[in-house]
Design a protein around this ligand. Structure first.
Ligand code: NAD
Length: 496
């Protein structure tokens, strides 16, 4: 039977067992000064993978000071964009050359299937290359036609930018965040989630090895309420980005607001999938089941409220049951596994608790879910679950963050749009129909950052991705607008 330890690459084994893992500040592995550590577990086995140094607030302050010093003195901010691009591509090349290692670190730390973890590493590399290339072609100086004056605007990097990331896509989200900031000439301080710090620290070591100047990429491991709170309350940070829950996002927003630090918040979701009567029922059911079981449903933009046209509802549920029979819950590194564990015990309690409360409020357990036993692995496994009924139910309103979907029916197009928009969130929805005029109409009527047609979870580079309402404030990621976020605008005027 496979366990993390029997399957580890020698390089990964060395990384995990080489002593307490330190953050990276000023180009050095730095233990910080708190003397405290925390453990990161393999979600598939519950076993300790590694011990990591936990930074104090003072340690985070030092990292921010180092990042600002590197901004002023390392030359990174003033490099010609093409020189900066060369260095970012070198960093990307090095991550690419260690792809197997980074993939396995991410798979064991975050409970991801290797194919999914590999996709995240590829995405990190693509983010570096995409923004490195884009930054070379963007005009940073624009001449303005103004009567009686010579005037122009200039885009300059801000300085040290702070990032706080969640545990579901540690490396992919780090790439979405830091790649545009670095390409624009900023330095970065990254606080990874305490459940999944290993890939962020490893790639910061690769940034150093690739020749990035010291202090440009810093990673500060630690607890959210200590290291995360210190980073968001830092007066040295010039720009802040937080990805995580709306509850913590509010705290980060408050801290940044007090210091007048610009902040973007990428938060949770409760996405809808509106399925019309003209779809291929089996194919659509298979794709939506795939969406909620991919990374065990721990995806902010997932489709978790399914509005199914009444005329196909019974066939659709039958097709979902058939698709769910193909799902094999197991240890993430086992070849037969198609759905791995949840990230930790708390998350499993959360998922099971929401299902229980939803049923207590009257939801019909179409596919009941519950704990999944995986022989030989004491990880955090659950079975996928489908609930159905009125959307006025806790399991249909609140973000569960697990392999759970809530089904309901509709008959009219405007009814479906109203149901989809009846939420506090606004991250991503999808519409499924062969009538492309209807698809576009419904997609445009949905109140959210993203509407997808005949698919769910699409993130091509260049298409802005962000949320509205309780799903996000102040920006988004993945597009040219993101690069502009990491430049401050300056106007220069001279009377003629
Ligand atoms: P979380 O909010 O609990 O934690 C996110 C990060 O914040 C972690 O690094 C944590 O250590 C840190 N943190 C905790 N307390 C803090 C504090 N007081 N001050 C500053 N930082 C603190 O979220 P999570 O459980 O790690 O992730 C799941 C959530 O993230 C879900 O709501 C999900 O929808 C959301 N998410 C959103 C996106 C997006 O792009 N919109 C992407 C991924 C995840």
């Amino acid at each position: 039977m496979a366990t993390a330890r029997t399957l580890l690459l020698p390089e990964v084994e060395r990384y995990l067992t080489g002593g307490v893992i330190a953050g990276v500040v000023g180009g050095e592995d730095w233990a910080g000064t708190s003397g405290e550590t925390f453990q990161t577990l393999d979600p598939g086995s519950g076993e300790v993978l590694a011990e990591v140094h936990a930074y104090s607030a003072a340690d985070v302050d030092r990292a921010v000071a180092v990042a600002n010093e590197a901004f002023r003195k390392s030359g990174w901010a003033t490099l010609a964009p093409n020189d900066r691009a060369v260095r970012l591509h070198r960093f990307a090349d090095l991550v690419e050359s260690r792809k197997d290692i980074v993939t396995q670190i991410e798979a064991v730390d975050a409970g991801k299937l290797p194919a999914a973890a590999r996709g995240d590493v590829d995405n990190f590399i693509e983010s570096l290359r995409f923004f490195a290339d884009m930054a070379q072609h963007v005009q940073r100086r624009s001449q303005l036609a103004v009567a009686g004056h010579e005037a122009w605007t200039l885009r300059n990097p801000w300085g040290a930018c702070g990032f706080i990331f969640p545990w579901n896509f540690p490396l992919l989200l780090m790439g979405w965040g830091i790649a545009p900031a670095l390409a624009a000439g900023n330095t970065v301080v990254v606080k990874p989630a305490e459940d999944t710090p290993l890939s962020s620290i490893f790639v910061a070591q690769l940034a150093r090895e690739s020749g990035m100047p010291e202090g440009v990429v810093n990673v500060v491991p630690g607890l959210g309420r200590v290291a995360g709170a210190a980073l968001s309350a830092s007066t040295g940070i010039k720009r802040m980005s937080f990805t995580g829950s709306p509850e913590v996002g509010r705290l980060v927003g408050e801290s940044c607001g007090r210091n007048l630090v610009p902040v973007k918040l990428e938060l949770g979701g409760k996405g809808a999938a509106v399925v019309f009567e003209d779809v291929d029922v089996e194919a659509t059911a298979r794709l939506l089941v795939g969406a909620i079981t991919f990374h065990t449903g721990q995806i902010c933009c997932d489709a978790t409220r399914w509005m199914i046209h009444k005329s196909i509802y019974n066939d659709f549920v039958t097709a979902c049951r058939q698709a769910l029979e193909q799902v094999s819950v197991g240890y993430q590194l086992d070849d037969a596994t198609t759905m791995g564990p949840l990230v930790n015990a708390k998350q499993r309690e959360r998922v099971l608790g929401y299902v229980e409360k939803g049923v207590a409020e009257g939801a019909d357990a179409v596919v009941p879910g519950g704990i999944a036993e995986v022989a030989g692995h004491d990880g955090y496994y659950v079975k996928p679950c489908l609930l159905a009924g009125s959307l006025d139910n806790i399991a249909a309103r609140e973000e569960i963050f697990g392999p759970v979907a809530y089904l309901t029916t509709f008959e009219q197009e405007d009814e479906a749009v109203a149901l989809a928009n009846d939420t506090d969130y606004g991250l991503a929805n999808s519409v499924w129909t062969t009538d492309l005029a209807r698809a576009a109409r419904v997609a445009e009527s949905m109140v959210a950052g993203n509407s997808w047609i005949n698919a769910h979870n699409l993130f091509p580079k260049g298409v802005p991705y962000g949320g509205v309402n309780k799903s996000g404030v102040g920006g988004g990621v993945n597009s040219i607008e993101t690069l502009f976020d990491y430049w401050r605008s300056q106007s220069i005027v001279r009377p003629l």
